[in-house]
Structure formats: structure tokens, C-alpha cells
Design a protein around this ligand. Sequence first.
Ligand SMILES: [Zn+2]
Length: 316
Amino acid sequence: MNGFIGVDIGGTTINIGFVSERKQLIHEHLIETQPEKGPQDAIQRISLSIRQMIAASDEKIVFKGIGIGLPGLLDIEKGMIIEAANLPGWQGFPVSKSLNAQTSIPVFIENDANLAALGEYWMGAGANASSLFMITLGSGIGGALLINGKVFKLHPSAGEFGHMIIEKSGATCTCGRTGCLETFVSKHGFLRLVKEKIPFIPHSALNKYPINNISPQLIAQLALQGDELANTIYHEAGESLGIAISNVINLTGVNLVIIGGGIANAWQSLYQPVMQSLRKNVFKTLIENVQVLKASLGEKAGFIGAAKLAADALSK
Ligand SMILES: [Zn+2]
């Protein structure tokens, strides 16, 4: 039986998983990225983990390929990062070549948001669909449109769903433009909404925390506990997210939307305003079959998608 190795490299952790061609998750392992030590050191530790996991695996499984998910703008052909804010020092480092030299297994790379979509499509909430739009809500927003199992993109810099402009004269975004979706639904966007709304809801539990200690996770937790301010923020964020999703549905006709990431943990608080916004903004002929689902693979989506990337690349 063939197996594929998926590696999801983030700013703080690296998730490694082994998946068989029969969609069985055989092993998984998490190591720290320690970005200050640079890419060479991380690749060495990844390769050591992979060799140990292969040694512990059933001998009947042959690991044919490694897929790697990386953040930021990539040079897919050369197997390297062009630009990634949370992996300083990785720009121009030959990730694929270096891991291939240490493992003798073919290596393929792809953007992490695209791989999360591919993971959910292969083994998660999108397992029965051919096309889907996947959104990951973390400190920023990742988005990927999958059509017939393939990521749709005409240019590597395209597909920045978080920077879709939804308000003409909105707040300034980290990208320097104004009115982007991320000014509502991201770590930065949530903090902006807390500052804006806290004077009107002073009894909120959020008032007990210094502003710098307020994370999307805390707001999600308080929203689930019924905090009025946390729910107001979710309502506004959900409405804005709904407008952006409506634009994507009206443009492409995609009918399955999967939402993952930490902000999606307060699912009920997010789902209602998103659906309200879709019902208002999507064309009637398109809305009938639209489904919005919570991602089901969590942190595993990235490495499962990376394993699928390797499987697809080698089946060509
Ligand atoms: Zn922006």
C-alpha cells in the first residue's frame, strides 16, 4: 500500500502526518517551528521526525511523496518561500530540495490555505463535494476556491480573500488599504471592534482584560457563555463575512462553504449572522443549494491536504 507524508509548517508549530492512499491517518506528530533557528535547522528536525515515523510504520506501506504547506507567497516550481511574515529567514531557502536531499522522497509545496481546503475536500467536511470554498479564520483570513478538486487561481498572488473590500470608506487594514474583510474578522479586526463597542456595553466581561490580552479565542469563549459584547462582535463579523462570501457565491456559483480556524469555534454565534447575510445578499437562484459547514479536521486539515498534494502530484 502507498502512503503519503504531509507537513504543515506554521510560525509556531509544524504538524506532520502520515496518510495512506485509503485515507487512513497512520501517524501524526507535532514539533515546534522555532523560527529564530532558521529553515536549515527546522528541515533537519522534520527529516528526523519523518525517518523515525517511517521506521515505526508497517513495512508494507511505501511512502511515495511528501507534501509541505507553507504560509505566504511561494515559488512552487523552485520549492521555496518568496515572502512570509511569520517565517523570517525562510525567504529563498530551498525547502523542497533540502528535505528531498535528506529523505530521498519527492517533495511538493503549496500554500497552507489551499492545502487546508484540499484536506477538508479529501477527508473532512467537503468529502462528498467536487467544488467548495474554504475559509480559515485565524490571526488573518485564508481562503481557497476548489473547483473539481483543484485550487482555482490564475496568479500566485491572487486569492487574498481576507483583503476583499467590503466597505468603501472602512477602517485601515494591515495591508494598507481600507475596508478589507480582515478589518472585521481577524485578530486585528476583533480588537478594533472591541475598542469601538466597549463604551456602549461596559458590563461586558471583556472590560476586565487589558486590551492586549484579548484574543479571538477569548472572545469566542465569552460569546459561547452569552457575553453581550462578544456576541455583538460576532454578529458584526459574521455579517461582514457573509457579505464577502455572498460575493464569492454570486461570482462563481460555488454551493459549499466550509469555515475553519479559531474564530469559527463559537460556531453558533458566527453561523446565524453569516446565514442571515447570505439570505439577503445571494441571488435567489443560487442560494437554494448553498450549505455552510464548520470545518471538521481542525489543525489536521493542513497536513492531510499536504499528503493529498503529494498523492495528486505523483498520480499525474
Ligand atoms: Zn487588507
